[in-house]
Design a protein around this ligand. Sequence first.
Ligand code: TRP
Ligand code: SF4
Length: 337
Amino acid sequence: MNPEAPPPPRPRVLSGMRPTGALHLGHYHGALKNWVRLQSSHDCFFFVADWHALTTSRPDRATLERNVYDMVVDWLAAGVDPEQATLFIQSRMPEHAELFTLLAMSTPLSWLERIPSFKDLAERLPDSASYGLLGYPLLQAADILIYKAAQVPVGEDQQAHVEVTREVARRFNHLYSPEAPILVEPQALLTETARLPGLDGQKMSKSYGNAIAMREEPAVVEEKIRTMPTDPQRARRGDPGEPSHCPVWPLHQLYSDEATRSWAAQGCRSAGIGCLDCKQPLIEAIQREQAPWRERANEYLANPKQVHWIVEVGTERARAVARKTLREVRGAMGLSY
Ligand code: TRP
Ligand code: SF4
């Protein structure tokens, strides 16, 4: 082997999150943990999808900015390393909008109209659905294709969008660069972790009021877990319960080792332990998990300029890649005059 040979390039990964503000444990276990894992083996691009947030809501200006930076602080707190991964903000990248416009010319309207998330939202929104909402999966395709990402870590709800992205790339290559394809068809990288339900057993979501924030105060974590509903059959301490009917149980599956789980399951079924006993190891495990996040987040919160700088550097790094793809796309379409 030639010791001088450069290491093979790391496969490129791209993912984005809507700026919903401070993140909760569902975000961490459903996505962020996976980002942190990928960053050492892959060339990761992670971005704040702030334009996407505007397709379904109209946050006021102060809220939008706060949501963006609260989320970035939580990425950093979770261990996303700006030395390894490229972090940036979508709205700072007009290049995405240009590619979106160019791809729009070869994307059939029917591909966007039939996307399930559009149909659902269009029916539920109070005002009529916007053009931006219809175009959002194509904007997402531009987000991905402009970096020639090989893999896109997403939840199940986003799989259809990665599928459309592949079709958009295939069609573009077929129409404009059949000999030497320019755009790369990405693979969805489905996050395997089981979804972490919220405090009431429904999907964890800030808007349902059933979330534990990543930076929740330890006393609040304790209070939230202690007041969580349990198996309705276990109304009294002496009633035996069934873990699989209890919203607390998924937390044990995520946070407890085998020994603790069998202690809890057995104690529940025999009424040998009370629900507060059962919850105690979870409170401690969550607080232990959060301690390093809080420490890192506090450093960044005390130094907001550093967070801005990290995003600044990432945005320029991303822009260099995006510009190169755009040059190729413009050339293929005959727009390089
Ligand atoms: N649409 C995604 C969401 O709502 C966010 C997103 C935008 C994204 N562009 C992306 C995710 C590109 C992965 C790749 O959660
Ligand atoms: Fe749920 Fe644990 Fe109570 Fe059983 S003992 S009902 S698993 S909280």
